[in-house]
Design a protein around this ligand. Structure first.
Ligand code: KG4
Length: 338
């Protein structure tokens, strides 16, 4: 009998549902919430309300696209945390209600584990996947971590940001130069047209494998403010150069830490995950770093870098195989590391 997992993701501002059958993804529906664009960031209360509106149609569509009837489901995997509590409550309550109604088990998934395991999302039974252990550079809007995955359930964080995440650096700097939220993809697009050496921003010197991005944001703001005093058209004239220089600095910080991590924890495979791993420059830099060091690089499809339920269903599939079922009494959690 096939193992059919419905995955539900609602940790931030994307409502997503996916169906994974015997480890192969058959649907992955994502409703991104446009409502936050006007505010320059995610408004938690609005996110919870939008999840409430989206969750039934998104789950129905994921089942429809996979050609699956609810009676065929083996279990329901959902993101239990970390994330915005009100958003998580929508997915958690929905998953629990559905599991009770169908009399099937729940699989509670750690959102960060799911990002690391996104590399195991298979398009078909022959898709190549990493072998454990591997190192993952996890770079999203809320987290920046270097993780060593020893197994689907054993993950060690060996480095992390001490302040902002890489995604926050992209988004906050993008806002300074008038780009819409989330700014990361806009910086990525503009960086391709700009000169990465045009501006020099302060790089932090944090010992060990931890990193920091808040100083970079301040340095970016300082440069922009200073130049704007001299020339009010500065941003207009130099937006692409600012984007390219910012992106290059973020990549330098990440690759520097990755290199230190590899020296301390030699690995033969490195993957990247999280929204920032959609960035063209990050993808290129990690692939180049790996090829220089004889390491196999795992670069995910862009659709699986940002929040999606395919990674939740895939992480849930591992849990199902391990018979690691969730409890109806487990509340969602807002903060936790891997
Ligand atoms: O993983 P994610 O969807 O959300 C969580 O934080 O859980 O990541 C969202 C982040 C945002 O900061 C967004 O700006 C960034 O990923 N991002 C990018 C790109 N696409 C998304 N940053 C740089 N370049 C991109 N192409």
């Amino acid at each position: 009998m096939s193992i059919v997992i419905l995955g539900i993701e609602s940790s931030c501002d994307d409502t997503s549902a996916a169906v994974v059958i015997d480890g192969v993804v058959h649907s992955n529906v994502i409703a991104s919430q446009k409502v936050h664009e006007n505010y320059g960031g995610v408004v938690p209360e609005l996110a919870s309300r939008a999840h409430q509106q989206n969750i039934v149609p998104v789950v129905s569509e994921a089942l429809r696209q996979a050609g699956v009837n609810v009676s065929q489901l083996s279990a329901i995997a959902y993101t239990r945390g970390p994330g915005l509590l009100g958003s998580l409550l929508v997915g958690t309550s929905f998953a629990k209600g559905m599991a009770i109604g169908l009399g099937i088990p729940l699989l509670d998934v750690n959102h960060l584990h799911a990002h690391v395991l996104a590399q195991f999302i298979r398009r078909d039974a022959d898709s190549e996947v990493p072998e454990f252990p591997f190192m993952c550079l996890l770079v999203s809007g809320g987290n920046t971590q270097i993780v060593i995955a020893d197994s689907p359930s054993d993950m060690r964080i060996v480095g992390r940001t001490i302040d902002d995440a890489a995604g926050e650096a992209f988004d906050k700097c993008a806002k300074i130069i008038g780009l819409p939220y989330p700014g990361g993809p806009h910086i990525d697009r503009l960086a391709a047209e700009g000169d990465a050496k045009a501006f020099k921003f302060a790089k932090p010197s944090i010992p060990g494998l931890d990193c920091s991005f808040s100083g970079l944001k301040t340095s970016f703001l300082y440069t922009v403010n200073n130049e704007m005093r001299r020339d009010p058209n500065f941003i207009e004239l130099h937006r692409a150069d600012l984007a390219a220089s910012l992106q290059a600095t973020i990549i330098d910080i990440l690759i520097d830490k990755l290199d230190k991590a590899v020296k301390l924890y030699p690995v033969s495979q490195i993957s990247i995950g999280g929204g920032v791993s959609a960035n063209s420059g990050v993808r290129r830099a990690v692939a180049e770093y790996c090829s220089r060091h004889g390491i196999k690089a795992w670069i995910p499809e862009r659709v699986f870098t940002t929040d999606n339920a395919a990674m939740v269903a895939t992480a849930g599939y591992f849990k199902y195989l391990a018979k690691d079922f969730g409890s109806l009494a487990s509340p969602p959690f807002s903060r936790v590391s891997v």
